[in-house]
Design a protein around this ligand. Structure first.
Ligand SMILES: *[C@@H]1O[C@H](CO)[C@@H](O)[C@H](O)[C@H]1NC(C)=O
Length: 216
């Protein structure tokens, strides 16, 4: 009897965590985001499905290189529910990432999505770090045609280690994956995290924290 209860509770915990950790299944064919609605829901409210048009499910522009003339030498072009309203409730989106030679898509995490990336051009050094206490770096050099996956929530990055430009396409398991860039979130928050918090957290002098805060 006790065994049955344990099995039942385990199943219950499993199904609940499953339901909470991933975006819910659609309850209709589609729910095109109605950006004009002021209603606040988890996601975006649907426009009248009778008004659906092909363009609601369409985006053009991923053939265009992103402008990598910035300090990192990389540019992410997103295609999520903000750019493609038909993605609402579908739990999926994509990005194009351009990298100048030695360009970096700096360490960041997507709070709501696993990411699967494929290299279209060039060579990338990619990696992610497992959670505490191991904090193991799992990394690899990937080339044109290779595929690498970054598990949901984990901090990851890509660096162009080839001689020319690099291009990647990635799919993400959320209509709105979100991005937390570690450097910007920790040293560039608004308002700032108090420097005594950061000096202790990073075990460095205040001058170093001040320098980092001015950069982000
Ligand atoms: C790329 O971005 C840089 C820096 O913002 C800007 O000066 C330059 O004009 C941009 N190039 C193109 C082609 O848009």
């Amino acid at each position: 009897m006790a065994n049955h209860i344990i099995i039942f509770l385990s199943l219950l915990v499993f199904t609940c965590s499953f339901a909470l950790a991933f975006e819910p299944s659609p309850l209709q064919d589609f729910c095109i985001a109605d950006s004009t609605s002021s209603a606040r829901v988890n996601g975006v409210v649907c426009k009248d499905p009778k008004l659906a048009q092909a363009n609601d499910f369409f985006f053009s522009g991923l053939h265009l290189p992103g402008n990598t003339s910035n300090l990192l030498g990389s540019k992410v072009t997103p295609v999520n529910v903000a750019q493609l309203p038909g993605l609402n409730t579908l739990g999926i989106s994509m990005v194009r990432i351009d990298y100048a030679p030695w360009g970096l898509n700096s360490p960041h995490t997507h709070p709501r999505a696993t990411e699967i990336l494929t290299v279209l051009e060039g060579t990338l050094y990619v990696g992610f770090v497992t959670s505490n206490p191991e904090n193991r770096l799992i990394s690899k050099v990937v080339q044109k045609g290779d595929v690498f996956v970054f598990p949901i929530g984990l901090i990851h990055f890509q660096r162009n280690v080839g001689y020319g430009n690099a291009i990647a396409i990635a799919a993400l398991s959320s209509q709105n994956p979100g991005v937390i860039t570690i450097a910007n979130a920790v040293f560039g928050s608004n308002p700032s995290i108090p420097s005594d918090v950061l000096t202790k957290a990073f075990q460095v002098d205040k001058s170093i924290v001040d320098t980092l805060q001015t950069k982000f």
